[in-house]
Design a binder for this molecule. Sequence first.
Ligand SMILES: Cc1ncc(COP(=O)(O)O)c(C=O)c1O
Length: 557
Amino acid sequence: MGKSQSVNSALLQGFCTFEKFCEIAGSASRNAPDKVHFVTTRSCYVRGVIDLHFISASVTSSCLRDTMSLLRFLLLSFAGASTALIISPHVRAHVHRRSAGRAPAPAAVASMAKPTAVVDTAAVEGLRFMTEEQARAVAATHGTPAFVYSEAYLKQQARKALAFPNAYGLTVRFAMKACPNAAVLQTFMRLGLHIDASSGFEVRRAIAAGFAPDQISLSGQEVPADLGELLALGIRFNACSLRQLRRYGELRKGARGVQLGIRFNPGLGSGGTGKTNVGGPSSSFGIWHEQLPEVQRLLKEFDLEPARVHTHIGSGSDPAVWQRVAGLSLALCEKLPTVTALNLGGGYKVGRMLADKSTDLAVVGVPVKAAFEDFAARTGRKLALEVEPGTFLVANAGALVTSVHDVVTTGEAGQTFIKLNAGMTELLRPSLYGAQHPAILVPAAPEAKTSASIFESDAKRYVIVGHCCESGDLVTPAPDEPETLLARNLDKGVAVDDLLVIEGAGAYCSGMATKHYNSFPECPEVLLDEAGNLHLIRKKQAVQEIWANEVPYTPKS
Ligand SMILES: Cc1ncc(COP(=O)(O)O)c(C=O)c1O
């Protein structure tokens, strides 16, 4: 099925058809013909976005209702303002609005409406925590590609998370899947963070890094084979399905204390992309909220008293949906009288590109704190709060230093490609989600380039690709469209051996790559300490280690 077909069918399942939506948009246009500009196009991005208020929403079958409501609201309520609306019939809708009182020049509107295949980020993006000299020092000392993490940035984010508004106590758990290197785990451990683990193996890794078992909470899709042993060590366990709850009951019949939590799917989800939305009817994560009676029956059967309710609805969640889910989760706590803590998961949005918005924990937490207080006033139960961010703590604290390995062109009407010496083997998010990461050019030498190498390119617009033999190994896809090429304006020509630093690479990059594809070894990881010194925290893998576990077999003939 083609992409547009699949989206059309998503629209038909939702609260209105695409045609109906066009009708709503059209009538807003007619009411204020010179104020609202409506255009449908496949991939349409605005250059020079600095003074535009930018709202982007994913149109998937699970969040269509919210998106359509959002668009309807914007179209009708902004009819008095100067508005340019660009709809992608595939998967996204973008609303671009000039700030109040500054009508866009007609030429600017016209250029917004024109589909372009370039996103101009060179003017606004820069290195986040390294200097150019430090990036070159990483390359000189550890080679490229190499991940670099900023100790200062990690600590800054941890302190922000520890200040999360709460009424009756807070535990912050690092969702270690985001960046599981021991040096990162230990940095957070020293500041008092605990751990959210997603598998028995992550539990073992956190213990090896120095965490006490009772600081580790396991919420996984798969029950570890050694669950009994891990429970005996004292880890906390969130049952994420009825089968998991039964398994816990078999192992810990009649147990009391704080070990057991129940992860619910509260019926609502929200993620930065469809693939990171883990709540609602399309998601397999957690026990469906309407199955509460079955949970209660199992608790009775195994004589168990859960201490926690847990919900996590996605990564890059809409703060408003997250706040609603906090209310739904409190309602579940009310039905489980032994519960003393509510874990609201992670998912706080972090802008990796400077134009993207980040969630301010100090703001989103305030109404949730008030809801805990209301709950206490109503029930007499003062629930502690747990949160377990991953992205928020590490996304912008990490960068991938790569080298430009080659520059190729497909002619006048085609593209100029930069080939990196890294790709989906280190950074899968662009290929998987159409995720956007800043790409910052750092010339190989500080002085101006003098050579006229045949590999040097004067082009300024580049599609950046990875080193795997896979056309999907794309570093610069269009947002949410992993298969659509989107050139970046790097503002200056690129030469082989220049460095390209991929920012926003701290979360779900090193830990989530297609490790060993094309037999590329795992690259090193480096920590930039607060004094500006570089420390190797993971060695580059020796190529022989890739096949070290293979067992020889000699074919008979
Ligand atoms: C159960 C759970 N908690 C927390 C997180 C962290 O999410 P994020 O990195 O978006 O904060 C995840 C991520 O998938 C998760 O599955």
